[in-house]
Ligand binder design. Structure first.
Ligand code: GRF
Length: 205
């Protein structure tokens, strides 16, 4: 399975995929890492592994659609089978989602459908979790559909919210779980153990 990864930041989720492939746990190959942020450290992580790392500047395209068409074309040229959004902070165009329907996986740092949707990314998620006072949060891996954080759920794992938690401590604890379930979901996909039917996911163990 040829994997294309889209990132916007530090790329710790990407790093876990790289490590999971190197250890033989994930039966796939990351052909390309692309970012909409020139200084995304994840691009350096890819370069260090000899993986093609591309920065595509959104501003050099007239519209979101044209930018997405460039991304799609870049993935198609490398025969990408699976697109992973690992800390990618742009919304994909409808055309992109249609092109790769059922083959785009996203990791979100909460238990969807809580604390997700427009504007809920990164630390904002954990700030709202603490503000609301929920006792349990977590992470979700899901297929991407035309909405934001609304696609069929693949895996979720809970994280306890502790009394003294700050955004920082909570973010770090959730990130650990993100790493675990993203690696697991990509492994299952590469092992063809994820069945998607009428928006419902079944894991074949
Ligand atoms: C984190 O906030 C994570 O919750 C979300 O993307 C952000 C960066 O992750 N998935 P990464 O370290 O760039 O993988």
């Amino acid at each position: 399975i040829k994997i294309g990864v889209l990132i916007s930041g530090g790329g710790t989720n990407l790093q876990c995929l790289i490590d999971g492939i190197k250890s033989g746990y994930i039966n796939g190959e990351i052909k390309l890492v692309m970012s909409n942020k020139k200084d995304a450290y994840g691009l350096k992580r890819a370069e260090k592994e000899g993986i093609e790392a591309l920065y595509i500047d959104r501003k050099s395209f007239g519209s979101e659609e044209e930018y997405n068409r460039k991304v799609i074309e870049t993935f198609k040229n490398r025969e990408i089978d699976l697109v992973v959004l690992a800390g990618y902070l742009r919304v994909l165009s409808k055309e992109f989602v249609r092109e790769y329907s059922g083959r785009i996986i996203n990791i979100h740092p909460s238990l969807i459908p809580s604390f997700c949707g427009k504007g809920y990314y990164g630390e904002k998620v954990h700030k709202e979790v603490l503000r609301y006072g929920v006792k349990v949060t977590g992470a979700t891996v899901h297929f991407v559909d035309e909405g934001t954080d609304t696609g069929p759920i693949i895996l979720q794992r809970t994280v306890e919210v502790k009394e003294q938690d700050t955004v920082e401590t909570l973010k770090d604890r959730v990130l650990e779980v993100e790493h675990e379930i993203l690696v697991e979901a990509v492994k299952l996909f590469c092992d063809r153990k994820i069945k998607l039917e009428d928006r419902k996911v079944t894991i074949l163990r």
